[in-house]
Design a protein around this ligand. Structure first.
Ligand code: HEM
Ligand code: HEM
Length: 184
């Protein structure tokens, strides 16, 4: 079985990072724009679409992860930190699937029109403002805890690279393929 992260897995990892940065940035920055302005509305709808992209990309990543095993850390590390890393990765998958789903569910239960990539989305036939409110709170709470998890994850990658000096970060970076010089 191939033990490398494939090119597709690496591209997807960094695409997810980009989509998450955009989604968070829009959620935080929209607070600085006048509530009924076009810019505010644009930031809100783009937050929805960028967040939805995170969901789709994460699901695709899980599919790829099931068919490709991750590459070994070299030099090899003790076992328990590997389990901590696996649990952390599992939490990242869970979080960035649950957060967009909760956001979408809360909008589904409301009455305000909403859209993903310009396609208008449905509402429940019986709006439920109480549940909608709780889902929105849970969405915000989990999204805010995502900051800590991402910080720990990125910090761990940097510790591996700069202090432990193993290949953890390099295996998630695009590799240069060394093609042998053509023989004349
Ligand atoms: C990875 C994906 C996402 C992240 C990280 C994220 C993050 C956030 C954050 C940080 C906030 C502000 C919370 C606060 O006020 O403290 C927020 C608000 C909100 N998000 Fe998301 N979100 C994501 C995806 C989505 C999606 C897919 C939807 C729905 C289509 C959505 C709908 C909302 C709603 C309705 C709010 C409440 C405020 C508003 O109406 O703008 N989010 N989100
Ligand atoms: C923004 C949010 C991020 C998310 C949601 C995320 C998510 C993930 C997930 C789920 C994995 C596990 C891949 C697998 O084996 O299935 C992973 C691996 C990895 N990520 Fe991230 N990541 C993020 C940001 C970063 C950043 C900023 C860095 C670098 C500083 C980074 C470096 C790595 C590395 C090196 C691995 C491979 C770890 C290993 O296989 O042991 N990630 N990431």
């Amino acid at each position: 079985m191939n033990r490398d992260y494939t090119h597709r897995q690496i591209i997807l990892h960094w695409l997810v990072v980009l989509a998450i940065v955009i989604t968070y940035a829009l959620a935080e920055l929209k607070g600085f724009t006048p509530h009924n302005s076009r810019l505010h509305r644009l930031m809100v709808v783009t937050h929805y679409s960028a967040g939805f992209s995170v969901l789709i990309l994460m699901l695709f990543r899980i599919y790829l992860r099931l068919i490709h095993r991750a590459r070994e850390i070299l030099p090899s590390a003790p076992r328990w930190p590997l389990w901590v890393a696996k649990a952390g990765h599992g939490l990242l998958y869970l979080l960035f699937i649950a957060v967009p789903l909760l956001g979408m569910w809360s909008l589904y239960l409301g009455q305000v029109p909403w859209a993903l990539f310009g396609i208008s989305m449905p509402h429940a036939s019986h709006p439920d403002p109480v549940l909608r409110h709780s889902l929105r709170h849970l969405h915000a709470l989990l999204a805010n805890s995502g900051y800590a998890l991402i910080g720990l994850h990125a910090g761990a990658a940097l510790v591996h690279h700069y202090l432990l000096r193993d290949n953890t970060l390099r295996k998630m970076l695009p590799q240069r393929r060394h093609t042998p010089p053509t023989q004349r």
